[in-house]
Design a protein around this ligand. Structure first.
Ligand SMILES: Nc1nc2c(c(=O)[nH]1)N[C@H]1C(S)=C(S)[C@@H](COP(=O)(O)O)O[C@H]1N2
Ligand SMILES: [Mo]
Length: 343
């Protein structure tokens, strides 16, 4: 049985796995200045990683199947669970089959726990997603702090979305959640608010890689306000009709299906309306490789590999990647933007 993804190249993972072999500090990435306060055993590479080693390796051939790691018995408990909508269909709007619940919960990018996608689910045991609070503020008329019951009081819907990681793999996930617009309407953004800033929880005692340092925690992300208000943009609280597990971003994470997966920030504790474009974690780590927009675009290669195709987890043959991940309805948001650039 081929283990999933040993041959798959991951921008994030690759830097990080190499880091472990490299002592001392240097350029974080080509041209990026390293901070003097980085720990001596910083996992960041001292030299740019040779391009050849970063080219996606050919697929192993056999059907990639997520590891046999058994799922924990119960999902993250949530005190006041809403009536979770039934999973109503097993297809997305292009007719693609849902990725299995097992795969969605055992193949994760959540660097706060581990840089290894198959290790995350094994390391989330200490994480507490309940109780939870999200502070929503910044340039708004009604700043607020939302508890988990507050979040679950928004009418929860099922949204079956494709998710495309910048690394070249994808899934089809039946999320449960609600449009971020409902929450933003409630706090009433001021006219000066142009962007939305998101922040993941910082809890090194429960998140092993946060405890190790070497990464600019907490993970942060941002959207333009009109992107955040778009009906496709949701805050997810569950998947497959159950509350999110820690590995998928419990108790609440962003899902922006037309952007590369790294925009969909997990385990959110802070949302601020701001006037200036926020600098995301990946922009600060590698500004020449990860832009603010990060819209899925098969015509714009990542500086180190093509984005033309993707591997749907559970399938063997690669699929062609679609502009905006197939969500053409967002095209009007970008009429003034040069999509030929790596945004
Ligand atoms: N806080 C946080 N959010 C995150 C990440 C992360 O490492 N930390 N990884 C991102 C990346 S690169 C992807 S592809 C998706 C993966 O989501 P999934 O594990 O639920 O499939 O989460 C995104 N959100
Ligand atoms: Mo990703």
């Amino acid at each position: 049985m081929a283990k999933i993804d040993r041959s798959e190249i991951t921008p994030e993972h690759l830097y990080l796995s190499r880091r472990k072999f490299i002592k001392g500090m240097g350029a974080l990435l080509a041209g990026a200045a390293a901070s003097a306060c980085m720990p001596q055993d910083s996992p960041f590479p001292t030299d740019p990683v040779p391009t050849a080693s970063l080219t996606p390796a050919p697929e192993a051939g056999s059907t990639p199947v997520p590891s046999s790691t058994p799922l924990p018995a119960a999902p993250t408990p949530i005190t006041s669970a809403p009536t979770w909508p039934e999973v109503s269909t097993d297809q997305d709007d292009l007719g693609a089959k849902l990725t299995t619940e097992q795969a969605i919960n055992t193949y994760n990018n959540f660097y706060e726990f581990s840089f290894g996608k198959e290790q995350v689910a094994e390391l989330v045991g200490d994480f507490e997603a309940d109780p939870w609070e999200i502070a929503v503020g910044g340039l708004v008329d009604n700043p607020t702090t939302l508890t988990l019951p507050d979040l679950l009081a928004f009418t929860q819907q099922e949204r079956i979305y494709r998710m495309r990681c910048v690394e070249g793999w994808s899934m089809v996930i039946p999320w449960i959640g609600f449009p971020l617009a409902r929450l933003l309407e409630q706090v009433a953004p001021k006219p000066e608010a142009k962007y939305v800033y998101f922040e993941t929880v910082f809890r090194p005692e429960q998140m092993p890689e946060q405890a190790r340092g070497g990464f600019p925690w907490p993970y942060v992300e941002g959207l333009r306000l009109d992107e955040a208000m778009h009906d496709l943009t949701i805050l997810a609280t569950g998947l497959y009709g159950k509350p999110l597990r820690a590995q998928t971003g419990a108790p609440v994470r962003l899902v922006v299906p037309w952007k590369y997966g790294f925009k969909s920030i997990k385990s959110i504790v802070k949302i601020d309306l701001v006037a200036e474009m926020p600098t995301s974690t990946w922009m600060s780590l590698a500004p020449h490789e990860y832009g603010f927009y990060a819209n899925v675009n098969p015509n714009v290669p990542h500086p180190r590999w093509s984005q033309a195709s993707e591997r749907r987890i559970g399938e063997t043959k690669r699929r062609e990647t679609l502009l905006f991940n197939g969500y053409d309805e967002v095209a009007s948001l970008y009429e003034d933007l040069d999509l030929a650039k790596w945004y």
